[in-house]
Design a protein around this ligand. Structure first.
Ligand SMILES: [Zn+2]
Length: 331
């Protein structure tokens, strides 16, 4: 399997996140990629491909121009006001009854274009965002060229980002950009299978009213886990998109038996949909030892899950999402 990677994510580092009563180093950090690359090489994978640069255009097919301009300008604007130390994050959010249009202040942009405090900006953030898209679109090109599978080893992840909102470590929705690119180029139908521990609220929202992308997600139930406000089974799509959104929420403590039952339901739906390409939003924070997860999948379970997905026999693009148990992540 072709594995696409770029080192250009590395500058997106050094910010902190809130953990109850303290600020701690981000779980989403460059060490994740180092762990993955090291383990893949140790396991004998030699088919690494360098990411190629792509135009901003493909991002703008999924995200609004104002939002993309914000992602690019946020750090320079923040730095001009506060200097080069620290990181940019929102103080307020554009909630009910508040203005939704930002003014020229970077604070108002952060308030309108982010939905939580887990999307900090530092000097290298925009470069990393672009590199994650380049990695994903290079892998997408491999699929278009006939590869049966390709792995986009990208960070930051993407599935919490919608067309004009960043959150949950996610800025640009890499999997959604890949899906839209395939549809623009040649594909008629794309299925996105999201196996990250968290619901991919961004991906759901982007394709919620469309029938050309089937979104199927296995995740921790919103009553118990982030993002708390989406991911219910009752969310099935709207308009022509009705029936093309499948949420399979699972309780904390889920082990492989129940997980595979839900996965089987997703795979039945995907098989019936007959997509041209399957995109897997590959989060592995379902692992028992993950510091932000609450499921109990063991390392061998991921081979079983992989075999279940492979049995579909579809061209498959894997886009890296979450997974924060760094010592075990590569395996
Ligand atoms: Zn996650």
């Amino acid at each position: 399997m072709r594995i696409v990677y770029s080192d250009a994510h590395r500058g997106h580092d050094g910010a902190k996140e809130m953990r109850y009563d303290q600020m701690i180093p981000m779980f989403e950090n460059p060490g994740r990629m180092d762990a993955l690359v090291t383990a893949l090489r140790a396991q004998g994978h030699r088919d690494f491909v360098d990411a190629r640069p792509f135009e901003l255009n493909s991002i703008l097919r999924v995200h609004t121009p104002g939002f993309v301009a914000f992602l690019e300008q946020c750090w320079p604007l923040w730095e001009a006001e506060f200097g080069a130390s620290g990181f940019a994050t929102a103080y307020t959010f554009g909630m009910r009854g508040m203005e939704q249009q930002p003014n020229e202040s970077v604070h108002s942009m952060l308030s309108c274009y982010t939905f939580d405090v887990c999307v900090p900006f530092v000097k290298g953030t925009w470069t990393a965002i672009r590199s994650a898209v380049d990695v994903t679109l290079t892998a997408t090109q491999e699929i278009t060229n006939g590869a049966t599978a390709a792995f986009a080893l990208c960070r930051p992840p993407g599935h919490h980002a919608s067309s004009d909102l960043a959150g949950g470590y996610c800025y640009v929705n890499n999997a959604a950009v890949a899906a839209q690119t395939l549809l623009d180029q040649w594909a008629k139908r794309i299925a996105i299978l999201d196996v990250d521990y968290h619901h991919g609220n961004g991906t759901q929202r982007i394709f919620y009213d469309r029938a050309d992308v089937l979104y199927a997600s296995l995740h921790a139930k919103p009553e118990q886990e982030y993002p708390f406000l989406l991911g219910y089974a009752r969310e099935t799509g709207v308009g022509v998109g009705e029936g093309f959104n499948l949420n399979l929420p699972l309780p904390l403590g889920t082990t492989v038996a129940a997980y595979r039952e839900a996965l089987a339901a997703a795979l039945v739906r995907i098989r019936a949909y007959a997509p041209d390409v399957l995109i897997v939003s590959l989060g592995v924070d379902t692992f028992v030892g993950d510091p932000v997860g609450g499921f109990r999948l063991e390392t061998p379970d991921f081979l079983t899950i992989g075999a279940d997905i492979a049995a579909l026999g579809l061209p498959t693009l894997f886009a890296m999402e979450g997974g924060y148990a760094i010592a075990a992540l590569g395996t």
